[in-house]
Design a protein around this ligand. Structure first.
Ligand SMILES: Nc1ncnc2c1ncn2[C@@H]1O[C@H](COP(=O)(O)OP(=O)(O)OP(=O)(O)O)[C@@H](O)[C@H]1O
Ligand SMILES: [Mg+2]
Length: 262
């Protein structure tokens, strides 16, 4: 099946873009094609993929425009290593798009409508959402088949997750999505085992999530090399392939692989 994965969280810096980029690379390594779609006005996906800042016509804003004719503005990234990853870039122009979504009669369904009218044939499509619970993540949610939530192991982020869960529940209900996108799970990120507070939260989270029938994936460890890799526009795998944190994405990759193979 074609998986459309909404990587979403209302917490800034929780690892949405990092997760999007690393999952894209993991899946492409297995021979599947991936489209990374940046819904963030910050446009940090461009940086993480080693791409320059696009002109507004070469962003997702053009796709959401009334006059879009199906020519998706996709650019390839990490071309030395793969031809399987395409990026639809975001950027500041999306702040204007936010207002247009709010005023449009099809509002929340605008992106889903584009996929219905002008489908992409990638095996996996990843929506990298901004850290809000506004119109941009809402159009991603309405276009998604699955949802993934990165969370930092801090009380503030964990508390913010309950707000996100409320938003997900209410939005899915209000949008009347059929089928509803499935929550694949939470991904604890930037785990530093030396910090007692983080260890305690990591011990408590899986049980709390289990009570809500939500999967908690193994944590992605904290490493300064993630920042270094993204500064070079690379996933950690291409920056330091032997780094132990490369393995931290395996469990999520396995689940995604099972879905795309379906
Ligand atoms: N496991 C990790 N260890 C260390 N640093 C990390 C890790 N994951 C992400 N980072 C760094 O933390 C910062 C925030 O990560 P990222 O940009 O992926 O979060 P985000 O949720 O997309 O942020 P935003 O809400 O601004 O879109 C980045 O500098 C990134 O390189
Ligand atoms: Mg981001």
């Amino acid at each position: 099946m074609q998986v459309k994965l909404c990587v979403v969280s209302n917490a800034g810096g929780s690892g949405k873009t990092t997760l999007s980029v690393h999952l894209a690379y993991e899946i492409c390594k297995h021979g599947y094609s991936v489209a990374l779609i940046d819904l963030d006005p910050q446009g940090s996906l461009s940086l993480f993929c080693g791409l320059g800042q696009p002109t507004p016509e070469d962003t997702l804003a053009a796709v959401l425009d009334e006059d879009f004719t199906g020519d998706w503005p996709l650019v390839k990234c990490w071309t030395d290593k793969t031809k399987k990853v395409d990026v639809c870039q975001g950027g500041l122009i999306l702040t204007q798009t936010t207002q247009e979504i709010s005023l449009h009669p099809r509002g929340a369904y605008l992106l889903a409508d584009r996929f219905a009218d002008h489908p992409l044939n990638h095996d996996l499509i990843i929506f990298d959402c901004p850290a809000t619970l506004g119109p941009l993540p809402l159009i991603a949610l309405a276009a998604s088949t699955h949802i993934l939530v990165p969370v930092q192991l801090e009380p503030k982020s964990v508390q913010g997750s309950s707000k996100l869960m409320e938003w997900l529940y209410l939005s899915k209900k209000q949008l009347r999505l059929t089928p509803e996108p499935e929550l694949l799970g939470f991904v604890p990120n930037q785990y530093d085992a030396r910090r007692a507070a983080q260890r305690q939260i990591l011990e408590a989270i899986p049980e709390k999530l289990r009570q809500m029938h939500i999967t908690c994936f193994p944590a992605i460890r904290d490493s300064a090399e993630f920042v270094n890799a993204s500064a070079q526009g690379l996933p950690l795998h291409l920056y330091r392939s032997s780094h132990p944190a490369c393995k931290d994405f395996k469990a999520i990759t396995k689940v995604l692989m099972q879905l795309v193979k379906r």
